[in-house]
Design a protein around this ligand. Structure first.
Ligand code: ATP
Ligand code: MG
Length: 312
């Protein structure tokens, strides 16, 4: 584009980004990340430091941080390949290379706006009754033992994630084991199985997590070996020694078998978000899971933007 760079400022109190004439709301986690980057402007901030700042009490994988950084880049109009603001330091962290100023004054409100009650944090989702009923029906089939692979598609911001959230909170699904994984935009082929690792990590930290971890140790050691956050350091080293460099084929076999075992015990929901950014191995895995003939109480739900798959 060239020309004079836009002025960018972050308003921490209001969680808003001002970029030129634009005023963009940010999520609280993204504010925490950007604040730390601004505090260390021009210097590397490690992934660990960013994760600790935004998610102080829970373990989350690097993939979640990547997603947050991608969201920030979109809000900032920045590009990972030719960054003006947030630069990736491969495997280590991120660095704010441009200038973002901090403003901390609450935005001025028009007097009449003050009389209008503020919308609650979680906005009510409207007009999705039919879609929700359809998903609930398919989930019921899965819970009865006939596995289902369902795609929720629609352009960016149409409400795919919101619909998935609605389903997971609905009375029949609440209390079921859920693993949720996020695909992130990567350049090149992308790291194999990243969203599935993310989903398994989520499963192991959720309902019945300890039992799920034992199943992974038994049936999917090469997966568990790649989830060091779930293991004690010496267990991780032993497991990696035992599994060596697992091939993608072996990992696929282990995954399919483990999910079958788990879905025989309890209904299991696997959510893969933003499949348009998936690596090829993840697509293979979803295909393999869908093609299996054995009965399993498995519900796989994937979201994607069709326009991005067409472009890819
Ligand atoms: N039916 C709805 N009623 C009210 N608000 C909605 C509805 N659907 C989505 N929203 C709101 O719109 C915003 C975008 O929705 P959401 O994140 O679910 O989109 P998405 O399709 O998952 O987008 P992306 O492709 O970027 O992941 C959210 O703030 C969400 O709460
Ligand atoms: Mg979404």
């Amino acid at each position: 584009m060239g020309g004079r760079p836009e002025r960018v400022s972050l308003n921490v109190t209001d969680a808003r980004l001002r970029r030129g004439a634009r005023d963009i709301p940010l999520r609280p986690k993204d504010v925490a990340i950007l604040q730390l980057l601004i505090a260390h402007q021009g210097r590397l901030v490690t992934k660990e430091a960013l994760l600790a700042a935004a998610w102080p009490d829970v373990f989350v994988s690097d993939a979640v941080l990547k997603v947050a950084i991608n969201r920030l880049r979109t809000a900032l109009g920045d590009d990972a390949r030719t960054p003006r603001l947030i630069e990736t330091r491969h495997r280590r962290g991120y660095c704010l290379v441009g200038k973002i100023s901090l403003v901390d004054a609450p935005a001025l409100e028009a007097p009449e706006a003050a009389a209008v009650p503020r919308l609650p944090e979680a906005r009510a989702i409207v007009g999705r009754e039919a879609e929700l009923a359809q998903l609930e029906e398919w989930f019921a089939h899965a819970a009865g033992g006939s596995r289902q692979l369902v795609f929720v598609t629609g352009e960016a911001g149409l409400g795919k994630t919101a619909l998935v959230d609605l389903l997971l909170e609905s009375p029949n699904v609440r209390g079921v084991r859920v693993g949720r994984g996020q695909c992130v935009e990567q350049h090149g082929a992308g790291e194999a199985y990243l969203p599935i690792l993310d989903a398994l990590g989520h499963l192991c930290r959720g309902l019945g997590g300890a039992a799920i971890k034992r199943r992974l140790a038994r049936h999917a050691p090469s997966w568990l070996a790649q989830m060091p956050g779930l293991l004690r350091p010496d267990d991780a080293v032993n497991l990696r020694r035992r599994t060596g460099n697992a091939t993608r084929e072996r990992m696929l076999r282990e995954l399919v078998e483990t999910l079958d075992v788990l879905a025989r015990e309890h209904p299991l929901v696997l959510v893969v978000e933003d499949l348009h950014w998936s690596d090829p191995s993840t697509l293979d895995a979803l295909g393999a899971l869908a093609r299996r003939r054995d009965r399993a109480r498995l519900f796989v739900l994937a979201t994607y933007r069709p326009e991005e798959t067409a472009a890819a």
